[in-house]
Unconditional design. Sequence first.
Length: 177
Amino acid sequence: MGTLYFTRHGQTVWNVENKICGATDIALTELSHMQAVELGKRLAEEKLPIDEILYSPLVRASETARHISEETGIPMRLEPRLKEQNFGRYESTPRDGLEFKAAKTHFLDHYDGGETMMHLCQRVYNLIDDIRAGDKIYLLVAHNGISRVVHSYFNDITNEEFSAFGIGNCEIKTYTW
């Protein structure tokens, strides 16, 4: 049996302002640095058998991973396939906007300059396939959009459930196979 852990980066200013971050490189808030340190301490206490941390190249995820690594001693490595989806014209717009909510259910839409949900799923599913082919246990540090894809890899969900799924900042999920 294999295990994969996933966490979302700490809080950003745009999270507080209810804006879509997407591929825009938004920094963490002061609270988020504390969230990441606390998660690292909790993981160290629980002694989860994590071999390596893979993280998104966006600063909000890389800083979260750095804090976790410093607290746990687990080595970390950048993984470009964990970069958040580019939501095109929707980036910096309200996360709960009706137009964006509808657009998230259109899996082939480029969002006027963004990345389709299908392309996002392909790159994240390929990463998970690579992980499953190996024998290491990873903690992925990434984004809410990536959490949807990871969750859908392991669970049979509808399009509506997919677009509605999300996790909190520095929340951890466990997936097994």
